[in-house]
Design a protein around this ligand. Structure first.
Ligand code: CS2
Length: 490
């Protein structure tokens, strides 16, 4: 007999934590765009915990701009879902109650615009991934050729992309004399609030200069650093959730015990008491954000590309290889050198924690998952810190290996000749560049270093560093990851 669907909290096993408040009192105060696993394992949980500990009626309407599966699963379960927190000692389950409804904008676009214009909506949080914003890496402003941006500029009152929706919602509020909401970007971008502000203002200015001025004067864009390692859910996630809770749950997620959220406290229409749930409010998120992007995410990208090439399916497998683990530590040390002091954080302790989190045997985090969207991730994770090191005359050799691994990965086939999808919005462009050349280290690096807007001259014109990249590529082209790691000056 199959277990009943998770539609209510009645009769759940005592070991499963449940919301510590009456869900019927929640009102739709937050719209969250991007209902993926990360949101369900992080942002929604902070809100759930904050309501339980400090009260408030901050219900979340979670919205998907494209897919419908998660929205349908959550809708069928009255917004409830379970989170499995995995440690080597065992798994703990918790059912989260802060999501009160879910909406698929692809089916109900006008309902999303109306929701964003509703006075009840006071915060709009976003986890839509780096590529969804339409950020032009060269100017830091709006990429008008991004498919969503171009479509939304042509028809602003019927948006389909995240920036178009935010601007349409704010425009409707301004016309109706309603106070703005606070947009809160929770994606892994540096100074994500400032980036979002620039994109929203660029877009709004194309529609109406008065609207852009109103947004600039009235809407805060707090930056935030979010952190929790959350592998994509698998059949095992769902079957384990069912075994532990006794309920079928098609929106279940699994994650690690660690969780961190650092936020700038600038909210125009109130906010939940996320601090009670462990979030840290600070005046300037930038030092935390850079630390996380360069030490955690940068190391993650190194592990993803090199680990994938070495045949490691999961991050934990790469970390189980002592030479690989030493390389990761060396990379974190190099990344740490590019950072200003981070208030309250000892970077050596942080690196120790990261290494332990990556090595967690209970977390099956695919290297292939992290390898996705490389062109969107490289600038803030690898390119910028490498340029800082080289400018200071320091070694950036772990970076040379990481970039070489990304380039080798870009060939789109593994060491056994098996091909895979790059899953990168610039994947076609990469394939077109590498398809037509003889696959030598020089030719591949020349082709990929010339990708517009990705690598600054500080890297491409540094002959010594380029030679390191090419030497590493030569090792990787023969499948010799061990020699590549040995060649790094650790
Ligand atoms: C990862 C991140 O997939 C990736 O690119 O580096 O999702 C990472 O797991 C999170 O940022 C951790 O907070």
């Amino acid at each position: 007999m199959t277990a009943p669907l998770l539609t209510n909290l009645d009769g759940l096993p005592a070991a499963v934590s449940v919301p510590a408040y009456d869900r019927s009192t929640l009102r739709p105060g937050i719209v969250h765009i991007g209902p993926g696993a990360f949101f369900r394992a992080h942002t929604a949980i902070y809100t759930d915990a904050a309501i339980g500990l400090a009260g408030g009626d901050w219900g979340i309407t979670t919205v998907s701009l494209r897919s419908t599966d998660t929205v349908d699963a959550l809708t069928a379960q009255n917004g409830l879902y379970s989170v499995l927190v995995r440690e080597t000692e065992g798994t703990e389950a918790r059912v989260v109650g802060s999501v009160i409804s879910a909406l698929a904008a692809s089916r109900e676009p006008e309902n999303l615009s109306a929701l964003l214009a509703s006075p009840q909506t006071r915060i709009v949080t976003l986890t839509v991934t780096e590529k969804a914003y339409g950020l032009d890496p060269l100017t830091g402003g709006l990429d008008r050729s991004h498919p969503d941006v171009a479509a939304d500029l042509a028809e602003p009152s019927r948006p389909r992309g995240v920036i178009g929706y935010l601007v349409e919602g704010l425009a409707r509020r301004r016309s109706a004399g309603i106070a703005p909401f606070t947009p809160l970007c929770c994606d892994n971008l540096p100074s994500n609030g400032a980036i979002l502000k620039r994109l929203v203002l660029d877009f709004a200015a194309e529609r109406d200069a008065g609207l852009a001025e109103w947004i600039a004067a009235n809407v805060p864009f707090p930056s935030t650093m979010v952190d929790r390692i959350t592998p994509a859910s698998t059949d095992k996630t769902l079957s384990d959730a069912e075994r532990i809770t006794g309920r079928r749950d098609l929106a279940a997620v699994e994650t690690e015990p660690f969780s961190q959220w650092v936020i700038e406290d600038a909210f125009v229409s109130g906010r939940p008491d996320w601090g009670k749930a462990g979030a840290l409010f600070v005046a300037d998120v930038a030092p935390y954000e850079k630390m996380k992007l360069r030490m955690l995410n940068g190391a993650h990208s190194l592990i993803a590309y090199l680990g994938f090439l070495a045949g490691h399916e999961f991050v934990r497998d790469a970390m189980a290889d002592p030479a690989f683990a030493a390389l990761v530590r060396a990379h974190m040390r190099a990344a740490g050198k590019t950072l200003d002091p981070v208030p309250g954080i000892d970077l050596d302790v942080y690196a120790d924690q990261l290494a332990a989190r990556f090595a967690n045997r209970a977390i099956a985090h695919r290297t292939y998952q992290i390898a996705m969207d490389g062109t969107q991730k490289l600038p803030q994770r690898l390119v910028e810190p490498a340029a800082i090191l080289l400018e200071r005359g320091e070694s950036a050799s772990t970076y040379a290996l990481a970039i070489a691994a990304w380039m080798r990965y870009g060939l789109g086939h593994d060491r056994n000749g098996k091909s895979y999808d790059l899953r990168d919005p610039r994947g076609e462009e990469i394939a077109a560049r590498v398809r037509t050349i003889t696959p030598s280290a020089q030719a591949i690096s020349a082709a990929l270093f010339a990708l517009p807007g990705l690598f600054p001259s500080a890297l491409t014109e540094n002959a010594g560093w380029r030679a390191e990249v090419e030497q590493q590529l030569a090792f990787l082209l023969t499948g010799d990851v061990a020699s590549a790691i040995r060649a790094v000056n650790i």
